[in-house]
Design a protein around this ligand. Structure first.
Ligand SMILES: [Zn+2]
Length: 67
């Protein structure tokens, strides 16, 4: 498992709330993308349908953005 900065550190993601746990594969897939860019890329690449991405994005936001 890797500790990922949800928002890249060089654009202000230096807060502890900005950390998430990802497996190595997910982290390398995410790269330096924002999560929004990652969702778009996964849809564009055919990994996720828009419908599935919408559901997963909502769950992700509930875990990471709602305090
Ligand atoms: Zn993973």
């Amino acid at each position: 498992m890797h500790v990922d900065h949800i928002i890249r550190r060089d654009v202000g993601g230096d807060d502890l709330q900005n950390l998430q746990l990802l497996c190595g594969h997910c982290n390398s897939t995410k790269g330096s993308d924002t999560m929004n860019d990652l969702w778009k890329r996964l849809i564009k690449g055919g990994v996720l349908s828009k419908e599935i991405a919408k559901i997963l994005k909502k769950k992700w936001n509930q875990i990471h953005l709602e305090k």
